[in-house]
Design a protein around this ligand. Sequence first.
Ligand SMILES: [Zn+2]
Length: 196
Amino acid sequence: MAQIKTKKVILDPHPSLHKQSKIADPKSKEIKELLATMRATLKEWEEGEKRYVSVGLAAPQIDEPWRVVLIRSDFNNYEKREFYALINPEITKYEGAPIQDDESCMSVHGVHAKVPRYPKIKIKALDEEGNEVKFTARGYEAKVLQHEVDHINGLLFLDRALSEDKGGYFKEYDPKTDSMITLTQSEVEKRGIFNR
Ligand SMILES: [Zn+2]
């Protein structure tokens, strides 16, 4: 079997991160190959990454314009590198009061911000075989799913991040001190992180 190719994870402000993705057909050769490429890319990315593990990946993050996401199967055991696929996922219901929590993204290198997400959602999607799946996600999985579904709608967590005056923050990893430093409002504005 031919070696499965990997692709580069693109970074903001790449224009492909800000577009609506297209409806995908899980039975097509193109989407089957895309899923293999996404899994191989995640493996390669994690092997080269010291500080982070990946909890999910959306096709636009490797510059593929499809409504396809991979979600980590087990958030309690990161040794297990397994990801389940959702094709054309839709959030059909949001429940509970949004919780503000720290968030980051493989396509926004090193930056963290505080983002409100719903604690419980209902999802409708197709699985890899093309069967319809419907389920309820809670807590951390719900947060990851909201982040990944945003990607296929051309949104990044930065688009939903709370500004400083609303109790939010922007932090960035500083390799010199190996710690997270809080960015000042003027630094955030200068770099166009928030004013999008
Ligand atoms: Zn992301």
